[in-house]
Design a protein around this ligand. Structure first.
Ligand SMILES: *Cc1c(COP(=O)(O)O)cnc(C)c1O
Length: 383
């Protein structure tokens, strides 16, 4: 499905790959063809804010991979989040989300939607009882990430979906860390699945993108809203996404193997206090992960024993293979210290409130050889 899904068998110019259509607009041969297009709702393009042929192929492939009817692509994961929420919510509505959701998603809900009279309730991750208690007559959406980042908590997708169905509230899962290879939110009854394509889907640390998949009926207003807000991606990126998706399953197999091997190595290392990885039996969400995931991904977080932020930074600096950078899910391994990178605009008490410790390191295992990654981490911890 990753290789052929969503593609026409015979393509423009008899090309085996889908070409890039570098165009801002599309021409009509004469006025009658414009009238026919409008009156008969012909399936052709009109203007690039409303669609692009390569984008449609990438959207069909994403819908096929998730087992959903309709996918809508955006210029980044955050554009997908923001556009979706603006399309679905109005003043007076309420959103309930788990507090380990992507921090910019939480910030968008609280700060930006707050300006328009939308209220956000933040519930401790995976506390389903408190989530249910927070649902009221104005609640429109339940949102969570799964697995979460950087704590790798895993949502029981069927339980989450059942909670929404019981109260007539739609559910959205940000499954960026899982990918369609490792989790199946729509099959579990979730209404919408969201990904930052920037991460595993495109997979090569070379583009930004976002996607949301759901039923045709539920996604139609979101697609219309994208045409209005203009949060569309660029022609070259549709191609890069398609190119990346071709190897999604192969890459995920390696990311899953590397994640598990590195997590097991770190857990056995005397200088490591704790490892957060859903594939380790010591992880709080191991049982849920075994039930809801096919593989556990390449992202893991570990805590260095008896270290302040400086001694922890020394470990990061001693690593030779992974690069210091934000982001995750690409072929290159990436290492970061959350207190210095993603959470640098938080005070220490604010960080501690969301479980970000000074001696925490987040590692996104790429597709290098596991032995090379482990040998590198071993020498860094030794140093
Ligand atoms: C990166 C990320 C986003 C945001 O995506 P961008 O493409 O960076 O805008 C949203 N959710 C999760 C889980 C992410 O990792």
């Amino acid at each position: 499905m990753a290789v052929h899904g969503g593609e026409d068998r015979q393509k423009p110019g008899n090309s085996i790959t889908d070409p890039i259509f570098c165009t801002a607009t599309y021409t009509f041969a004469d006025s009658q063809s414009l009238i026919d297009f409008v009156q008969q709702k012909q399936p052709r393009e009109e203007y690039a804010r409303y669609g692009n042929p390569t984008e449609r192929v990438a959207e069909r492939k994403m819908a096929a991979l998730e087992g959903g009817e309709s996918a809508v692509l955006f210029c980044s994961g955050m554009a997908a989040v923001a556009n979706f929420l603006l399309a679905k919510l109005r003043s007076g509505d309420e959103v309930v989300l788990f507090d380990e959701c992507y921090h910019r998603t939480r910030q968008f809900c609280v700060q930006e939607l707050g300006k328009f009279g939308v209220r956000t309730h933040q519930i401790p991750a995976c506390d389903y009882e408190r989530m249910e208690a927070a649902i009221g007559p104005n609640t429109k959406l339940l949102i969570s990430e799964s697995p979460t980042n950087p704590h790798l908590s895993v949502v029981d997708l069927e339980r989450f979906a059942a909670l929404g169905k019981k109260h007539g509230v739609e559910t959205l899962i940000d499954a960026t860390l899982a990918t369609p290879c490792n989790a199946r939110p729509l099959e579990a009854g979730i209404d919408y699945v969201l990904h930052s394509c920037t991460k595993y889907l495109a997979g090569h640390n070379d583009m930004l993108g976002g996607v949301i998949i759901g039923s045709e009926e539920k996604m139609e207003p979101v697609r219309k809203s994208r045409g209005l807000l203009g949060t569309v991606n660029a022609p070259h990126n549709f191609y890069l996404l398609l190119r990346g998706l071709k190897t999604l399953e192969l890459r995920m197999q390696r990311h899953n193997e590397n994640g598990l091997a590195v997590a097991q190595f770190l857990e056995s290392h005397p200088r490591i206090e704790k490892v957060y990885y859903p594939g380790l039996p010591s992880h709080a969400y191991y049982e849920v992960a075994k039930k809801t995931m096919r593989g556990f991904g390449g992202l893991l977080t570990f805590v260095v024993k008896d270290a302040d932020w400086r001694r922890t930074a020394d470990v990061v600096d001693a690593v030779r293979l992974p690069r210091i950078a934000p982001s995750l899910g690409g072929v290159e391994s990436i290492i970061e210290q959350p207190c210095l990178m993603s959470y640098h605009d938080y005070t220490k008490p604010q960080r501690e409130a969301v479980g970000i410790l000074d001696n925490m390191i987040r590692l996104s295992c790429g597709i290098e050889n596991a032995e090379d990654l482990i040998a590198d981490l071993a020498q860094a911890l030794e140093a």
